[in-house]
Design a binder for this molecule. Structure first.
Ligand SMILES: CC(=O)N[C@H]1[C@@H](OP(=O)(O)OP(=O)(O)OC[C@H]2O[C@@H](n3ccc(=O)[nH]c3=O)[C@H](O)[C@@H]2O)O[C@H](CO)[C@@H](O)[C@@H]1O[C@H](C)C(=O)N[C@@H](C)C(=O)N[C@H](CCC(=O)O)C(=O)O
Ligand SMILES: Nc1ncnc2c1ncn2[C@@H]1O[C@H](COP(=O)(O)OP(=O)(O)OP(=O)(O)O)[C@@H](O)[C@H]1O
Ligand SMILES: N[C@H](CCC[C@H](N)C(=O)O)C(=O)O
Ligand SMILES: [Mg+2]
Length: 486
């Protein structure tokens, strides 16, 4: 693409060099520069991309977008100064890929929990309605039937535009994407045109990155503040932050709730481990999804599909055919009658929700054994909270490792144990090896007992010191229960 064309609507402060050149690709990582690339220098959380300008030029970059010109200027190179490279990148990426977010209907979901669930359910509902869509989620990226592995919940803005452009090319009508707080804060959604934005809930997470809850809330709110007046914002008003999200938005405001009057109102009529009988806006239907939090997720799906112009009965028909999302309240029964639940709950709120949902359904004649840990290099403050919740709400908790990453697994476990209240000291044990911990749960369990394995859901690895070892909770459960033949 011609540089002039690429710079359309970009607020340039100063240019040095020839503006009349071809750009072969956009790159923000000097290690990925190829001949005729445009390298954009970004100030990151660990290093400043401005220090890689010279090495990008050496590798063949002919255009440099930066906030400060380097001291050494190469006369064969074009330097473009802008105020904020991280914001400009989004607009360059949109221009480079032909503004794909304007050519399909882009739906973004934000909130602490439920983003993967809601986006995946939306993708599946629209498949049931006969449409081809794209999905950008923590678990995977899908363009129609093509699956691409995901590295982030919200990818960088070049990748997003590249995926959306491919989706447009393949005739996708919709794209459903997760919008993480890291993504908003690092301008990974800059320049994208959202048709609908959905809010799930806001609780404790990522305070290692955002420092205070208020800053975390403001970051999420920015997503809604930046919508235009052709967009629609759908929010959960049972959540105390649901209305705050929409305080300053220009978008049309819509609400959903179970506890209060709302545009989309849901009621949970019956629930067991096989599914739920629900009533949405006066219409009853059955779903194989279970757990109260999934009523909220389905209600948001219902609200969004209705806002997109589909008839409510048609939407409910498509919703009632939905299957569970991988690693989200997935249930299995061993031949010996032990009931297993695998769930991605990795925050205090999610753990509390899944345990409350199980406790609401179970008869209490069985025992509930919870195997869980906390990820390393992430928010420390959630560790004791999760220790407290798991021991309070289970018959027995087995504290183990999640993804220790670069931390010592035993130290993480100690921080989790610190939150256990004295009256629950006899209700837990700690086994750092996750497979051994699951084995111990099966040894301890009797027929009809429930074992919840929480925190890793769909993940197929365990990350220890930068190495991802194959590890799949569902696979391990299957292997162990057969071996231990219960
Ligand atoms: C903490 C964090 O979010 N970091 C993200 C950030 O990288 P960074 O700011 O640390 O980058 P940096 O290393 O300081 O480098 C600064 C700049 O110099 C460039 N550079 C660097 C080295 C070099 O040799 N040459 C070079 O050009 C880098 O490409 C970058 O442009 O920008 C990168 C590009 O977009 C991201 O890949 C990276 O995600 C890291 C890998 C990550 O783990 N992020 C997680 C925490 C994350 O984003 N998670 C959220 C979801 C969480 C949730 O919902 O639970 C997500 O959306 O996935
Ligand atoms: N609406 C909800 N409210 C509260 N908890 C939920 C909700 N939906 C799912 N959960 C719980 O949170 C866990 C994570 O769900 P999901 O993966 O959908 O969230 P996410 O927002 O995508 O998380 P991440 O930030 O890691 O990408 C689930 O396994 C479940 O325990
Ligand atoms: N998107 C989340 C996922 C956490 C999953 C959990 N298994 C862990 O490793 O902490 C994060 O990167 O913080
Ligand atoms: Mg997710």
């Amino acid at each position: 693409m011609q540089l002039i064309e690429l710079l359309n609507r970009i607020p340039v402060l100063e240019t040095h060099g020839n503006n009349n050149r071809e750009v072969s690709g956009l790159v923000f990582d000097s290690r990925k520069v190829t001949n005729n690339s445009l390298y954009i220098a970004m100030r990151g959380t660990t290093v400043d991309g401005h220090s890689y300008i010279a090495s990008s030029v050496e590798k063949g970059a002919k255009t440099i977008v930066c906030e400060e010109f380097p001291t050494h200027i190469d006369e064969n190179i074009t330097y473009i100064k802008v105020k904020d490279t991280s914001k400009v990148l989004g607009h360059l990426a949109s221009n480079f890929y032909g503004n794909p977010s304007e050519k399909l209907k882009l739906i973004g979901i934000t909130g602490t929990n439920g983003k993967t669930s809601v986006t995946t359910l939306l993708f599946d509902v629209f498949k049931n309605l006969g449409y081809t869509s794209a999905l950008l989620s923590t678990v995977e990226i899908r363009i129609g039937n093509t699956i691409i592995p995901a590295t982030h919940t919200t990818p960088d803005v070049i990748s997003i535009n590249q995926i959306l452009a491919q989706a447009v090319k393949e005739g996708c009508e919709f794209a459903f994407m997760e919008v993480s707080s890291h993504g908003i804060s690092q301008n990974r959604i800059e320049g994208l045109h959202f048709k609908i934005a959905g809010f799930t809930n806001l609780t404790h997470d990522h305070l290692d990155y955002h420092k205070t809850f208020d800053e975390y809330l403001k970051t999420k709110k920015r997503f809604f503040d930046e919508l235009d007046n052709t967009a629609i914002a759908v929010t959960n008003i049972d959540d105390r932050n649901g209305n705050i999200m929409l305080q300053n938005t220009k978008a049309k405001k819509k609400s959903y709730a179970l506890k209060t009057m709302a545009d989309y109102h849901g009621k949970l009529l019956e629930v067991d481990f096989n599914g739920m009988l629900l009533n949405f806006n006066g219409k009853e239907f059955w779903t194989t999804l279970t757990g109260k939090f999934n009523v909220y997720n389905l209600l948001l799906v219902f609200g969004i599909a209705t806002e997109l112009g589909y008839e409510q009965n048609e939407v409910l028909q498509a919703i009632s055919q939905l299957k569970r999302v991988s690693g989200r309240f997935e249930t299995f029964k061993s031949d010996g009658g032990i009931f297993f639940i695998v769930d991605y709950a990795h925050t205090p709120d999610a753990l509390e929700n899944i345990l409350d949902s199980i406790n609401d359904i179970r008869t209490k004649n069985e025992r509930l054994i919870t195997v869980f840990g906390c990820g390393g290099d992430r928010d420390h403050s959630k560790r004791p909270e999760m220790g407290n919740i798991a021991t309070k709400k289970s018959t027995l908790a087995i504290i183990t490792s999640d993804n220790p990453r670069t931390e010592d697994a035993n130290q993480i476990i100690k921080e989790i144990e610190a939150g256990v209240e004295p009256q629950n000291f006899s209700k837990y044990t700690s086994i750092p090896d996750r497979k051994e911990a699951i084995k111990m749960a099966i040894k301890f369990a009797e027929p009809k007992d429930i074992i919840l394995v929480a925190g890793k859901g769909h993940e197929t690895y365990q990350e220890i010191n930068g190495v991802k070892h194959h590890f799949d909770d569902k696979e391990i459960i299957n292997e162990l229960w057969k071996l231990m033949s219960k």
